[in-house]
Design a protein around this ligand. Structure first.
Ligand SMILES: *Cc1c(COP(=O)(O)O)cnc(C)c1O
Length: 226
């Protein structure tokens, strides 16, 4: 598993360099190692190297891995069906993919039942890609206004995905737009909303995301692939 150690070291170095280039500190950034389809043994090995946050995009897989390794942080990063909400609430430390109102309502109902609050990020479809999930940037403000009606659902920030590309610079305007939206809406007063987290950047573009202000980066391939 030497390659895993090397990959993690290299990702950390690249994040440090990206931070240094804009005067940020690397400890502001949490690496969410995207472990979908990755064997639990590899997850345990990564945890041994100090990676404590993992991202899954399928509820079933999140549940299975959570049950084996409940002591690390499990992030739900993929599209969430309302009938799978029961599996994820109480297990995921953060749901990055709140993308529609009826999902928020389902989260509220489950959270009430379990008597907890659900930390979420609102997924924003900055790039406006048809096939991508997420709230339209123009609708984020009214979504945040309304979310006060669902007191168990706690919006902590935003998540976005840039279009697939070979050139990380293509993602920069997408990330910049999300940061601008966050900065603008931070001035508003929404009930039980904190806009502290920006989940943006994957293997293709995490350094650019860090330069633009991400504090959660979701990295799969660059960590887990040989
Ligand atoms: C798979 C996935 C990632 C990680 O992608 P890589 O290119 O492997 O780094 C990040 N975010 C989401 C939502 C994903 O599904």
């Amino acid at each position: 598993m030497d390659y895993l150690r090397n990959n993690i070291g290299r990702v950390r170095e690249r994040i440090e360099r990206a931070c240094a280039s804009v005067g940020r500190k690397a400890d502001e950034i949490t690496i969410v190692a995207v472990s979908k389809t990755v064997d639990i043994a590899m997850v345990q090995y990564a945890a041994g190297l100090g990676v404590l946050d993992f991202g899954e995009n399928r509820p079933q897989e999140l549940v299975e891995k959570y049950n084996i390794l409940p002591e690390v942080n499990w992030h739900m990063i993929g599209r969430l069906q309302t009938n799978k909400v029961k599996d994820v609430v109480g297990r995921a430390c953060l749901i990055h993919s709140l993308d529609r109102w009826n999902l928020a309502e389902a989260l509220q109902r489950r959270a009430e039942l379990l008597d907890l609050n659900v930390p979420v990020l609102l997924q924003v479809n900055v790039a406006g890609e048809e096939q991508k999930a997420g709230v339209d940037p123009a609708e984020v403000s009214s979504f945040l206004d309304a979310i006060g009606q669902l007191p168990r659902v706690r919006v902590q920030g935003f998540m976005t995905m840039a279009p697939l590309t070979n050139n990380a610079e293509d993602s920069r305007p997408v990330f910049q737009e999300l940061v601008q939206l966050r900065n603008r809406l931070r001035k508003g007063s929404y009930h039980q909303v904190a806009l502290d987290y920006l989940s943006m950047g994957m293997s293709q573009d995490f350094e650019v995301a860090v330069q633009e202000g991400a504090n959660l980066v979701r990295i799969g391939t660059s960590i887990f692939s040989r």
